[in-house]
Ligand binder design. Structure first.
Ligand SMILES: Nc1ncnc2c1ncn2[C@@H]1O[C@H](COP(=O)(O)OP(=O)(O)OP(=O)(O)O)[C@@H](O)[C@H]1O
Ligand SMILES: [Mg+2]
Length: 274
C-alpha cells in the first residue's frame, strides 16, 4: 500500500463539521453527454465552503468534465448536453437567467498547463479587473493578488516583464494571481501541478493550504499523495459499465485514504486498479 502520509503533512485543522459549513457547489443527478457519448452519469455531490475538495480517479473517468460543469466551460464545446442540475449556492447555474461571464468571475479556474497571456506580469493580473470595469486602486489590487499567490516577492521589481518569461511554477502562481484578482469565491484547479517540478509543486500545495482559509477550492489531481496532503474532502470517480464517469464516494480525505466505505475506492487507492 502506498504511504500517503495522512495526518503528517495534511491539513492542520481537523475537517470541519458539515453542519457549520455551507454548501457552495453541488450537483443533483447530473449526467453529461459529448454528442451521443455519456461521459458522466447520475452524479450528486456537495462541496462545502472554505474546504479543499479533491477529485481523484483513473484517466478518462470524467474529472475534468465534471469540474468544467461548475463554471459552464463545457457549453463552449459543440453538441454537449446536460441532464440534472448544477448549483452555485442556491442558483441552478444552467438556468436561463444566469450570466456565464459573471459566473466565471465568481468561480475562477486554473488549468493544468500554466497559460499566462503574452502580456506583462502586471497586465496579466490587471486584465480581469479591467474587463470587469474595476474603478479602484488597480496597482494595489495587482500587488494584493500577487501577494496572495505567493509571487509578489519574486516579481515586484519586474512587473513589466512578460508573464511568459517566468518559470513554470511562477507562471502557475501568476495564473492563480490572475484568478484571484477578480475576487472569486471558488477556485477550480485541474491538475495544477502536473506540469511542474517537485519544488514548484510544493509551493503550489503550500499556497492551496493558505488559500483554503478564504476560498472554496476544488482540485482535480492524479496524485493521491497530493490529494491527501492538500484536501479536506476527497471524491473518488470511476467509469461504470456504460463507460460513463460516476461518483463512487465522497468523504473526509483521511477516511477515504485509510478506511474507504466502498471496496472500489480501496482497490484504487491500494493500486489494484487504475
Ligand atoms: N471535448 C471532448 N469531446 C468529446 N469527448 C470528450 C471531450 N473531452 C473529454 N471527452 C471524453 O469524456 C470522457 C471524460 O474525459 P475527462 O477529460 O473529463 O476525463 P478525466 O478524468 O479528466 O481524464 P484525465 O485524468 O486523463 O485528465 C473521456 O472518455 C473523454 O474521452
Ligand atoms: Mg482531466
Amino acid at each position: 500500500m502506498i504511504n500517503l502520509n495522512v495526518g503528517r503533512s495534511g491539513p492542520e485543522e481537523p475537517a470541519a463539521d458539515d453542519a457549520v459549513r455551507d454548501v457552495v457547489l453541488s450537483s443533483n443527478e447530473l449526467s453529461f453527454w459529448y454528442g451521443d457519448t455519456l461521459a458522466l452519469e447520475g452524479i450528486s455531490l456537495e462541496i462545502r465552503e472554505r474546504e479543499v475538495t479533491a477529485i481523484i480517479g483513473p484517466s478518462g473517468c470524467g474529472k475534468s468534465t465534471y469540474l468544467r460543469l461548475f463554471n459552464r466551460m463545457n457549453e463552449l464545446i459543440p453538441r454537449t448536453r446536460i441532464e440534472g442540475q448544477v448549483f452555485f449556492r442556491d442558483t441552478d447555474i444552467n438556468h436561463a437567467g444566469v450570466d456565464p461571464v459573471e459566473l466565471r468571475r465568481r468561480i475562477g479556474m486554473v488549468f493544468q498547463k500554466p497559460n499566462p497571456f503574452p502580456k506583462s506580469i502586471y497586465d496579466n493580473v490587471a486584465y480581469g479587473p479591467r474587463v470587469n470595469g474595476f474603478r479602484g486602486d488597480l496597482d494595489g489590487l495587482v500587488e494584493q493578488s500577487l501577494r496572495r499567490a505567493a509571487l509578489w516577492r519574486e516579481v515586484s521589481d519586474d512587473l513589466d516583464k512578460s508573464g511568459l518569461a517566468l518559470s513554470g511554477g511562477q507562471q502557475q502562481r501568476l495564473c492563480i494571481a490572475r484568478a484571484l484578482a477578480v475576487e472569486p469565491e471558488v477556485i477550480l484547479m485541474d491538475e495544477p501541478c502536473s506540469a511542474l517540478d517537485p519544488i514548484a509543486t510544493t509551493r503550489i500545495e503550500d499556497l492551496i493550504a493558505e488559500l483554503r482559509d478564504d476560498y472554496t477550492i476544488v482540485i482535480v489531481t492524479h496524485n493521491m499523495q497530493q490529494a491527501a496532503r492538500v484536501s479536506n474532502k476527497t471524491a473518488f470517480f470511476m467509469v461504470n459499465d456504460n463507460g460513463a464517469g460516476i461518483l463512487v464516494e465522497l468523504g473526509i480525505t483521511e477516511q477515504i485514504f485509510t478506511n474507504p466505505s466502498d471496496e472500489r475506492t480501496e482497490a484504487y487507492i491500494t493500486g489494484r486498479f487504475g
